[in-house]
Design a binder for this molecule. Structure first.
Ligand code: HEC
Length: 131
């Protein structure tokens, strides 16, 4: 009797994981609220404010790969990973998408190919900063 229960439990967990995978758009917003809003809502230390289209236009033009990687590594007043060392690149990237899309972009959460490019840019940037 144990096996069928285990199997259905397993299927339940899998569909839960699948579901959370497809709701990344929400998770970008919730990560934004939890980690980024303290600076990016009021615009602390020159942080580009959420919804400030004029300020975001230049960043959007720079491109998703570039600004996601540079924000993740940290740039001037922007702490690496938004000051949360445990924040993974997928979650960070999703919160960047949320912010950019509230500010004039229509970006999607990065696919594997884009994540590779972001990773390469992170490596390049970190090497540059070590010099
Ligand atoms: C302690 C304040 C602070 C927090 C928290 C913070 N940021 Fe920032 N962020 C800044 C500041 C300041 C800048 C402007 C840096 C500059 O260009 O001088 C910035 C810039 C950025 C940029 C533009 C990077 C570039 O290439 O110019 C991105 C993208 C970004 N933040 C994303 C995020 C995300 C996503 C989070 C949350 C996960 C976050 N930030 C949390 C302060 C913060």
């Amino acid at each position: 009797m144990i096996r069928p229960i285990t199997a259905s439990y397993f299927i339940g967990v899998c569909s839960l994981l699948l579901f959370s995978g497809t709701s990344l758009a929400n998770s970008g917003e919730s990560i934004y609220q939890q980690v980024c809003a303290s600076c990016h809502t009021p615009g602390v230390a020159g942080a580009p404010k959420l919804g400030d289209k004029a300020k975001w236009a230049a960043l959007i033009k720079e491109g998703q790969v570039q600004i996601t990687a540079h924000g993740y590594v940290g740039v001037r007043g922007m702490p690496a990973k938004g000051g949360r060392p445990d924040l993974g690149i997928n979650d960070f990237a999703a919160s960047v998408v949320y912010m950019a899309n509230q500010s004039g972009a229509s970006w999607k959460n990065p696919d594997d190919a884009m994540l590779k490019k972001i990773d390469a840019e992170i490596q390049r940037r970190q090497a540059q900063l070590r010099k």
